[in-house]
Design a protein around this ligand. Structure first.
Ligand SMILES: [Zn+2]
Length: 510
C-alpha cells in the first residue's frame, strides 16, 4: 500500500480508538501534539534483509549487493512501505532521521562479505552520529553463508554498539523466521499482518508510534517469542483474509485492541524454502514492560496456529491437472506456477506449464518467460516475422528444459536504450511474452504495455505463489495453484533437509 495522506489520516483515526492497545492513549495524544518530544531526537534507520531460498545453488556476491545498495537519505523512501510509514510519524514529531545503508537480496544465499560490509557500515554510521534510537525495516528471512538469522544478528551488532538504553525497533515481512535473539536485542517489532502484503505502510506507522511513545518515556516495550515445529503453506491456503489463518489474525488484533499493555501481536509464517535451524512458524509479541504477558499471548497465538496445522496443507494439482482444471473454468483463470515463484527465488524461466499449455493445445492462454537470449534472437527478426526459437528452461534442469516454438512476433517493446526487448509471440492459441528482464507477476503493467489484456484470455500463468492476487482480482479471475517442480516448490519432501529442527510438521507427523 502506498503511503499517502489518506492512509495517515485513517491510521491516526484508528490509533485514537485503540489500535495500539494501552499505548494508544499515549501515542494518539502524542500524535495530536507533535511538539511534545523534549529536545531534537535523532534516529538511525537502515535496511538489510532478504528472503533467502537456501536451495538455490547460486550465491549473491558483495559486488551485486553493492550495486543495489542505497546510502544516507536514499534509504528513507517516503513513497510507502514500512520505511515510509515510519518516516511519516517521525516527520510529525520533528525527529531527524539519519539514513545509514539499505541492502536487500534476491533470494540467493549472500556471501559472508555482504554481512560484514553492511553491519560495518551501520556501525560506522553510529560512530559518526549520536542517535537516540535505531529503526530497521527488514524482511526477516535473510541468510548469509555464516549467519542463518541475518536480521537478528544485525540487530545484535547494533545493540552491542549502542548499549542497553537506546531503543531498537524493527518491522518485518510475515515470511520471516522469528528468533529468540530478536527479543533479546531489540525492543519492539511490527510484522505484516496481510498476505498478499498490503500493510507495509501501516506497519511503519505503528512501530513509529511505539517508538515515539518510548522516546517520551511513556512506555517501555519488551518482546517475547513463541517458536513452533511447523511449516505453513501452501500460499493459496494461508491468505490472511481467508480461513484457516484469518481467525489467528482476528485473535491477534483482538488482543491488541482489548488487553491493556499490549502493543503489537505478530503471527509469522516463516519461509519454507530454508534449511536452517531457525526454520518454523512463530509469534512475536510486544507489550509495555510486561514480559510475562507478552509470553502468555505469544504462546496462545502459537498454540492456535499449531492446533490447526492439518488445515493449512491441501492437495495441489500438477501442471497437467492444473491446465485441465483451468479449461473447465467459467471465468478467466490465474494459474500460479508454484515451483517457479519469482517472489521466492524462482528464475522465471520454468517451462513445465508452458509445455503443458502446448501439449493440451490450449486455445487461449498467456504466459511470460524470462529469457534474455531468446528475446534477443526473436527481436532481431522484427515484428510480423515468424520465428523458431528455444524458450526458457535454461537456468536449471529443475525448471524444465527449453521449449522449441515457432510463432509469429506480434509486438516488440524495447526498454533501457534498446538493450532489453520484450517480445510478444503468438504460438497457436498461446500468447507468449519473452522478457529480457526479470519481471514478476505482482502487477500487470508490462502486460498492458505490450497490449495483452489477460481478462480476455481463458488462462494466464503467473510465476508466483499467490502474492499476485491483488493484480488478478477474484471478481474477474479464478485461481489455480500448481505444484510444479522448482526451487520454490511447496512439495517439501522434494528437498533434502539437513539443518532444520525435527520433528517438523508436515515433514513429520506430529
Ligand atoms: Zn512475504
Amino acid at each position: 500500500m502506498k503511503g499517502n495522506n489518506a492512509n495517515r489520516r485513517k491510521f491516526l483515526k484508528t490509533a485514537s480508538i485503540g489500535s495500539l492497545g494501552a499505548a494508544s492513549a499515549v501515542s494518539s495524544q502524542a500524535i495530536s501534539a507533535p511538539a511534545i518530544l523534549s529536545g531534537k531526537k535523532r534516529i538511525m534507520v537502515g535496511r538489510f534483509s532478504d528472503e533467502t531460498n537456501t536451495f538455490i545453488p547460486h550465491k549473491r556476491t558483495l559486488a551485486e549487493a553493492k550495486r543495489g545498495a542505497r546510502y544516507g537519505n536514499d534509504v528513507i523512501r517516503r513513497s510507502g512501505g514500512c520505511m515510509g510509514g515510519f518516516a511519516d510519524i517521525c516527520e510529525m514529531f520533528d525527529v531527524e532521521l539519519i539514513g545509514s545503508i539499505g541492502v536487500g537480496g534476491n533470494h540467493r544465499l549472500m556471501e559472508e562479505e555482504v554481512f560484514d560490509y553492511v553491519t560495518g557500515y551501520m556501525v560506522d554510521t553510529l560512530d559518526k552520529n549520536q542517535v537516540d534510537a535505531v529503526y530497521l525495516a527488514v524482511h526477516g528471512g535473510g541468510c548469509t553463508e555464516g549467519h542463518d538469522d541475518l536480521e537478528g544478528e544485525t540487530l545484535e551488532i547494533i545493540r552491542k554498539k549502542v548499549g542497553p538504553d537506546i531503543p531498537i525497533m524493527f518491522t518485518m515481512d510475515l515470511h520471516c523466521q522469528v528468533t529468540p535473539l530478536m527479543t533479546q536485542v531489540a525492543d519492539a517489532v511490527r510484522i505484516y499482518r496481510t498476505y498478499p502484503h498490503v500493510d507495509g505502510f501501516e506497519c511503519g506507522l505503528e512501530v513509529g508510534s511505539i517508538m515515539m511513545a518510548t522516546l517520551q518515556n511513556k512506555i517501555k516495550p519488551v518482546m517475547a517469542v513463541k517458536k513452533l515445529p511447523l511449516m505453513i503453506g501452501p500460499p493459496i491456503n494461508v491468505v490472511t483474509a481467508d480461513e484457516p489463518i484469518r481467525r489467528v489474525y482476528a485473535r491477534a488484533r483482538e488482543m491488541q485492541r482489548t488487553i491493556p499493555g499490549v502493543l503489537s501481536v505478530n503471527p509469522a509464517h516463516g519461509f519454507m524454502q530454508q534449511d536452517i535451524p531457525t526454520q518454523g512458524v512463530g509469534v512475536l509479541v510486544t507489550t509495555d514492560g510486561d514480559k510475562e504477558l507478552a509470553q502468555k499471548l505469544a504462546d496462545e497465538i502459537g498454540d492456535m496456529m499449531f492446533s490447526q496445522r492439518k488445515d493449512y496443507w491441501i492437495h495441489l494439482p500438477d501442471a497437467e491437472e492444473g491446465v485441465k482444471l483451468a479449461l473447465k473454468s467459467d471465468k478467466p483463470v490465474a494459474i500460479a506456477d508454484g515451483g517457479d515463484n519469482m517472489g521466492a527465488g524462482g528464475s522465471g524461466d520454468g517451462t513445465h506449464l508452458f509445455r503443458e499449455l502446448l501439449r493440451q493445445n490450449v486455445k487461449s492462454a498467456v504466459i511470460q518467460i524470462h529469457d534474455a537470449e531468446a528475446a534477443k534472437i526473436a527481436a532481431a527478426k522484427g515484428e510480423g516475422a515468424t520465428v523458431t526459437v528455444d524458450v526458457g528452461g535454461k537456468s536449471d534442469p529443475l525448471n524444465g528444459s527449453p521449449v522449441t516454438v515457432t510463432g509469429k512476433i506480434s509486438r516488440i517493446l524495447y526498454r533501457e536504450n534498446n538493450t532489453s526487448p520484450a517480445v510478444r509471440m503468438e504460438v497457436g492459441g498461446v500468447t507468449l511474452l519473452i522478457n529480457s528482464r526479470r519481471i514478476g507477476p505482482n502487477n500487470q503493467r508490462n502486460l498492458r504495455e505490450i497490449g495483452i489484456n489477460t481478462e480476455k484470455y481463458q488462462m494466464t500463468v503467473c510465476k508466483g505463489g499467490f502474492a499476485f492476487r491483488p493484480a488478478y482480482p477474484s471478481t474477474i479471475f479464478n485461481y489455480i495453484v500448481c505444484e510444479t517442480p522448482g526451487y520454490s516448490s511447496t512439495k517439501l519432501d522434494s528437498f533434502t533437509w539437513k539443518r532444520i529442527p525435527r520433528p517438523m510438521y508436515p515433514l513429520d507427523d506430529i
